[in-house]
Design a protein around this ligand. Sequence first.
Ligand SMILES: NC(=O)c1ccc[n+]([C@@H]2O[C@H](COP(=O)([O-])OP(=O)(O)OC[C@H]3O[C@@H](n4cnc5c(N)ncnc54)[C@H](O)[C@@H]3O)[C@@H](O)[C@H]2O)c1
Length: 344
Amino acid sequence: MVTKILRAAVVGLGLGRHHVEAYTAHPAVDLAALCDANAERLARFLGQYPGARGYANLEEMLSAERLDLVSIMTPDWLHADQGIQALRAGAHVVSTKPLTTTIEDARRFIAAADVAGRYLMVAHERRFHPRYRAMKRVLDDGLLGKVFYAELDYFTHKGRQFDATPWYKSAENPRDAILGTGAHAVDLLRWFAGEVEEAWGAGNHLAYPEFPGDDCQIGVFKLAGGAIGKVTQTYASVRGACEPDLRVVLHGTKGSMEDEKLISIDFFEGVPVTEVAERRPWRAVPPVQQEESSHRATINHFIDSLAQGRPPQPDGREGARTVAACLAVVESSRTGKSVRPAPF
Ligand SMILES: NC(=O)c1ccc[n+]([C@@H]2O[C@H](COP(=O)([O-])OP(=O)(O)OC[C@H]3O[C@@H](n4cnc5c(N)ncnc54)[C@H](O)[C@@H]3O)[C@@H](O)[C@H]2O)c1
């Protein structure tokens, strides 16, 4: 059997380097082209990947190359326009998170994929990380019963990133922390505990007064199925400079999970829950074996899905639901009122 070699390109070579590596490592993919507006960065990558042709401009790349796959890895507000161009040129598209920065862009992006008959995936790579896959498996196995509370905290320190990559705090294209980075946690909240039905938000920017949005934000969520949840995103936590992991706490009718540890009454059959404490109840969350990085696993899933003719997940609509939930928090923190996310 002859496997078709898929021709791939990456637009934006910051975080995009992970997709470059993933395509290069995949036996069914030819890394055909790289695109970046920064000539120095582009030249550096072309030196490393001489088989790829380089472009400073996306239109030029799309008219010169016949591409099967395009990764959009540019700053947030460019994803929709660039992704739509690539879809119209006939490529399947994977966009980094957040899918878009507005509801309108998300609608345009999804519609363009539907019209082109091409797949659109959002690279919420935490869903492909062994740590969060292991937690998801515990939930799917029912060890927590029905989840009634979920809490995700992402305490980061962005000082280094803001210095190296100034667009992150540009006033021209402002981003709130809950959408810019909190999208990871909000996406996991939805994946773990259910769709967001209603959101409340609060925030401040005491840490970076020049930051155009809120750099410290809380979203409180009412989820389909009855659970409630909370996501906190900070950009200036000193703790975050040392331990940048996204923390997850989940409570259900049969158990509790905090990051890598788990209690379930299923482990202590016949023991009343009030007496479980005497049995040293915490256990390690059974690990998921995965050698490749979460970025590489994301791209492998994208390619496998294409080969099998099924939509990759999370798809454009999933990415848009996360954007809508984040934007509901932003709107609520401005108005003080609860907000129902735009439907997708
Ligand atoms: N999944 C994650 O954990 C994660 C982590 C970091 C960033 N991101 C997302 O990845 C995206 C890129 O972030 P980054 O940190 O790599 O930023 P970056 O600035 O380091 O890289 C973006 C690149 O895009 C290029 N670019 C800008 N405009 C362009 C254009 N019109 N055409 C072609 N190239 C253009 C820039 O020159 C730059 O090299 C953002 O949307 C960000 O939110 C995701």
